[in-house]
Structure formats: C-alpha cells, structure tokens
Design a protein around this ligand. Structure first.
Ligand code: NDP
Length: 279
C-alpha cells in the first residue's frame, strides 16, 4: 500500500500516515510496534511522556528496516522545558530510540501558565538541536494561534508541524487555519476521536456507500483535508485496515457531511492547551 508523503517547510518529507503509540504500555510496545512495522507503517509517533521510547527503538532495530525508511517523531515532555533539560532529555530520547538523529521533535504542550509563560526559550533550545545536527526537523504540538505567533515573532523560525487534536467532532479549525497560514503542516492527533467517530451513524452511512470500514472513512477524510495522521491500534487487523486508505476517495458531499459533525469546543476530548499545566 502506497502512503502519500507531505513536504514540510524545511524541504523534508513525512509519510502522511503513521502509527501512534500513546497508551501503548512498555510491556506490549515492542510487539505492537513490530507488528505495525511488519504490516507496513513507516512513520512512528512517540513521546518522552509515553514511556515507550526504548521499546519503539527496540522494535525499529529488530525490524531490519533501513534507518532512512522509518520516520520517527518524539516529543519533549512538559517538565523538560528549561534549555539544559531539553538538551539532556533529547540525548536520552536518542539513546532510547537507538538513533543518531531524530526526524522530528516537538514541544508536546506549550504549558503557558508554567515557566513564567516562556516557551520561546524552549523553542530556541529545539532550534539548537537542529543546528547541531542531531535533529532534522523541529515542530510543536498543541500550540494555539497566539503561541505560534510568539515563537515565530521571537525567532523568525516557523515550526514544520503543529500536532493538534483534530477529528470529526472537533476539527479545531482555529488552530488548524492559523498553522496552515504560516505553512505549518497540521498533524491531527486522536484522528478517530479515540474510536468514538467510528460509531457515528453519519460515518456508518458513508462507510456503507463506499464499501469501506468506518475507520477508513474517517482517516480518508483527514487525508483529503491534508492532515498528517497516526491512528493507534493494538490489533493487527485494524492496523491493516487503517493503512488501506489511499485507493479510494470521498466525494465533496461525503466530506461535507463529516465536516458537519463538528461540535466546536464541545467536541474537544483532550485538555485545552491554554490551561493544561500537568508536569
Ligand atoms: P485514535 O483516534 O488513534 O484512536 C485510537 C482508538 O481507536 C483505540 O481505542 C483503538 O482501539 C481504536 N481503533 C483504531 N483503529 C481502529 C479500527 N480500524 N477499528 C476500530 N477501532 C480502531 O487515538 P489516539 O489518542 O491514540 O491518537 C493517535 C495518536 O496521536 C496517539 O497514539 C499519539 O501518537 C498521538 N497523540 C498525541 C497527543 C498530543 O498531545 N500531541 C495526544 C493524544 C494522542 P485498539 O487499540 O483497541 O485497536
């Protein structure tokens, strides 16, 4: 199955479809990520806070795949925003992942009520990692429009991606449009609304119309919006299903019907980045 690639603002490319690893416990992560690589995923999304970087690294090493064939993302955890902690924890991330160089590293949350609101220094530390050659691309996650403006105004450097909650119930158009206006690619986390969107009757109707699974319909909707996605599943058959989304298309009318499921803030499932402060 061919996965389309998106070109980021720094000229690198990222597979539009990847595999998410949030809440994949370390005890099962080597096996689960190994299966994901075996069935064809070539882009893995992890984070320092998921506590499975070492297992992701082991699965990649065991896969026998060439380094250049697997795109790996990790994220800086909220307690590591100080410059020296960025440097030290990034070293640990590389060691755990068994990599010399990481494709993409993101500030996981802006935590604007912590560190005297200074996520600009954190962004500068991320850029140091790119300059010293150990990181290919730097990005952010859960950044609201004003957070993006602040780091770009302060440094003149735009993150290559903004990874934000986005799914049929919460398109998150505010953060999405602010990102796209700055040529920042949008990564949609929780693309299936944690599985909830798969039980939606509108999605079910469209799935029957196109002869596809509900998950494929929702993921295809993301692809047609230009989102980068990495659905998580513990099951091989679901992984295979989630990969097979590049050989059909939704009509404009079907896309519009899914668009109409948006509940704006009422559809948000995760924390609001303006107030989220967990360390
Ligand atoms: P998803 O929207 O990917 O949904 C995952 C749920 O959907 C699981 O319960 C899974 O069940 C189920 N599922 C997956 N595929 C299918 C299928 N084909 N049929 C039926 N059910 C299915 O939620 P996530 O929260 O995992 O988001 C995806 C990724 O985004 C994360 O893993 C993580 O990498 C990233 N993320 C980033 C965040 C951030 O703050 N930057 C926050 C949250 C997530 P099962 O596993 O049992 O198959």
């Amino acid at each position: 199955m061919t996965t389309s690639k998106i070109t980021l603002s720094d000229g690198t490319t990222i597979p539009q479809l990847g595999f998410g690893t949030f809440q994949i416990a370390p005890e099962v992560a080597v096996e689960t990520v190994s299966i994901a690589l075996e069935v064809g995923f070539r882009h893995i999304d992890t984070a320092q806070g998921y506590h499975n970087e070492a297992e992701v690294g082991e699965a990649i090493a065991n896969s026998g795949l060439a380094r250049g064939d697997v795109y790996v993302t990790s994220k800086l955890t909220n307690s590591m925003h100080a410059r020296d902690d960025v440097m030290r924890s990034f070293d640990e991330t590389l060691t755990k992942l068994r990599l010399d160089k990481l494709n993409l590293f993101l500030i996981h949350w802006p935590v604007p009520t912590r560190y005297d609101g200074d996520f600009v220094s954190t962004w500068k530390a991320m850029l140091e990692l790119v300059e010293d050659g150990r990181l290919t691309s730097a990005g952010v996650s859960n950044f609201e429009p004003e957070h993006l403006t602040r780091i770009i105004d302060a440094t003149g450097v735009t993150p290559v991606v903004n990874q934000i909650e986005s799914h049929p119930y919460f398109r998150n158009d505010n953060a999405r449009h602010a990102s796209l206006e700055q040529a920042i690619a949008v990564e949609a986390w929780g693309p299936l609304a944690k599985g909830e969107a798969l039980r939606d009757p509108v999605v079910g109707d469209i799935a029957a119309e196109v002869g596809r699974a509900a998950s494929q319909v929702v993921l295809r909707w993301h692809v047609q919006r230009g989102n980068i996605i990495f659905p998580k599943s513990m099951h091989r058959d679901r992984m295979v299903e989630n990969l097979a989304i590049f050989d059909f298309e939704l009509t404009d009318d079907q896309v519009a019907r899914i668009d109409a499921l948006d509940k704006d803030e009422d559809g948000r499932q995760g924390p609001n980045p303006n107030v989220f402060d967990a360390i």
